[in-house]
Design a protein around this ligand. Structure first.
Ligand SMILES: Nc1ncnc2c1ncn2[C@@H]1O[C@H](COP(=O)(O)OP(=O)(O)OP(=O)(O)O)[C@@H](O)[C@H]1O
Ligand SMILES: [Mg+2]
Length: 422
């Protein structure tokens, strides 16, 4: 057997990266079919919603591949399609820098990786962009000038003008027939846009004025209304093309592990018990599989261990917590627990009692907490709903709570105890 490099080991699991290659993309056949259908369905926009870390961006990458004529995933999943799509596909991740709908449009128009590069090819579209730039220059003058309020942060051109410029540019691009199937704009982390008001209205008017433009918006939410924070007329714009990504099945999670083993020619493998353990810890979240897998592979490689069993996974969990392999989740855990055995016991008891609908009945959780020598569990629950402790727990109604985020809940369950029982 050839020696496997540390580089291969490090990249067998990818907790920090969405899956781009079809080869590494596990499961999700039904959702890929739905995505493809939405891509070929005229006038349909696409939305991908789901919990944190469930695989939304990875599915988005696959949608982008397919939209650009790469049918590898369809072939792998034996989805019988002979046509190759040809979209001009643009990707933007909102992060926390995008404030509102107009901000999003300006970014799409003026970023090279987005539309700007294409716009330069078309004189009429280029003229439109100059208007935006002129607006920004104007703003500088205004802010510099006398008697102008500092609050005029935005471009001097109005929101309405930006809408019009965007529409004109898209029309020009579509007319130039750069891509047979039109333009696909993928907006990831849509939930990060502070104020997406007006987005629904915008795509509604674009649907009439620029057929051939499709949006695919992605974000943490349970449904499209929550994602775009608007309740009217969204249904038809996304009719039949809202993809709600559920937890992954044990088979799908196993596939992730098997893919990783294959990528290192089975140089390091997991026993069946270890795989079972990882699946139960992951609770449907592919992210957790990647997080554990990466840490396990890294240490096993350095220690020269080639078969990883259940105990090895337990040990890996300790390493993940100690080394803060996920600093964000670990930070949230410490904030909620805030150096108290009692609070940690209550937090873990809540996580242990989450029902299939995501709710926790306090009666169940308190019983376990009291067994763990917590005197007054309700007091700690009261604290953990507050900002000071990260508001990880939300009160649903009398005696029922739920975790704000199932990925965090999964981490709480999997993480070894911080404090020893006194
Ligand atoms: N189908 C899949 N096969 C294999 N790994 C996957 C799959 N989907 C997601 N993953 C992995 O799970 C983790 C989370 O995926 P991804 O970033 O796509 O989720 P997300 O829902 O966009 O997360 P966030 O809410 O943080 O934006 C990543 O490590 C990714 O590589
Ligand atoms: Mg994502």
């Amino acid at each position: 057997m050839n020696k496997i490099s540390l580089r291969q080991i490090e990249n067998a699991f990818l907790p920090a990266k969405e899956i781009i290659n079809a080869e590494n993309f596990a499961g999700r056949k039904a959702h890929v079919i739905d995505s493809y259908s939405a891509l070929i369905s005229e006038g349909a926009n696409i939305a991908v919603v789901g919990n944190r870390g469930i695989g939304k961006s990875s599915l988005a990458r696959q949608i982008m591949n397919i939209s650009q004529g790469n049918n590898e995933l369809l072939e792998k999943l034996e989805i019988d399609i002979d046509e190759r799509l040809d979209f001009l596909t643009i990707y933007i991740a909102c992060g926390n820098a995008v404030n509102d709908t107009q901000d999003l449009l300006v970014r799409l128009l003026t970023t090279r990786e987005c539309l700007l590069e294409w716009i330069y090819e078309i004189p009429t579209a280029k003229k439109e962009i100059e208007k935006i730039n002129a607006g920004f220059d104007l703003k500088l003058v205004k802010v510099g000038g006398e008697g102008v309020s500092e609050t005029s942060q935005k471009s001097a051109i109005s929101d309405h003008q930006i809408d019009v410029i965007f529409q004109n540019v898209i029309t020009d691009l579509l007319k130039s027939k750069i891509a047979k199937d039109g333009i696909l704009i993928v907006v990831d982390e849509f939930d990060q846009i502070h104020n997406p008001k007006g987005f629904a209205r915008l795509i509604k008017s674009l649907a009439t004025n620029t057929p051939g433009l499709k949006f695919c918006i992605i974000g943490v939410a349970n449904d499209i209304q929550t994602l775009i924070k608007e309740h009217e007329s969204t249904d038809r714009l996304f009719a039949g093309s809202v993809i709600n990504l559920p937890s992954m099945t044990p088979e799908e999670l196993t596939e992730i592990i098997k893919n990783a083993e294959k990528s290192v020619d089975n140089f390091i493998t997991f026993t069946d018990e270890a795989i079972k353990k990882m699946i139960s810890l992951a609770n449907g979240h592919p992210y957790i599989i990647h997080l554990i897998g990466k840490q396990a592979y890294r240490s096993a490689y350095l220690e020269g261990i080639y078969e990883l069993n259940e105990e090895y996974i337990e040990q890996t969990l300790k390493n993940i917590a100690e080394k803060e392999a996920d600093p964000v989740l670990e930070g949230r855990y410490k904030k909620a627990v805030a150096s108290s055995y009692q609070r940690e016991a209550v937090l873990k008891s809540l996580a242990d009692c989450v029902q299939t609908d995501g709710e926790v009945h306090t009666g169940d959780a308190y019983k376990i907490a009291i067994d763990r020598q917590v005197d007054n569990p309700s007091q700690y629950v009261g604290q953990m709903v507050t900002e000071d402790y990260g508001s990880e727990i939300i009160k649903v109604r009398e005696r029922y709570y739920r975790f704000k985020d199932s990925l965090f809940m999964t981490y709480v369950k999997a993480r070894p105890w911080l404090f020893e029982n006194k």
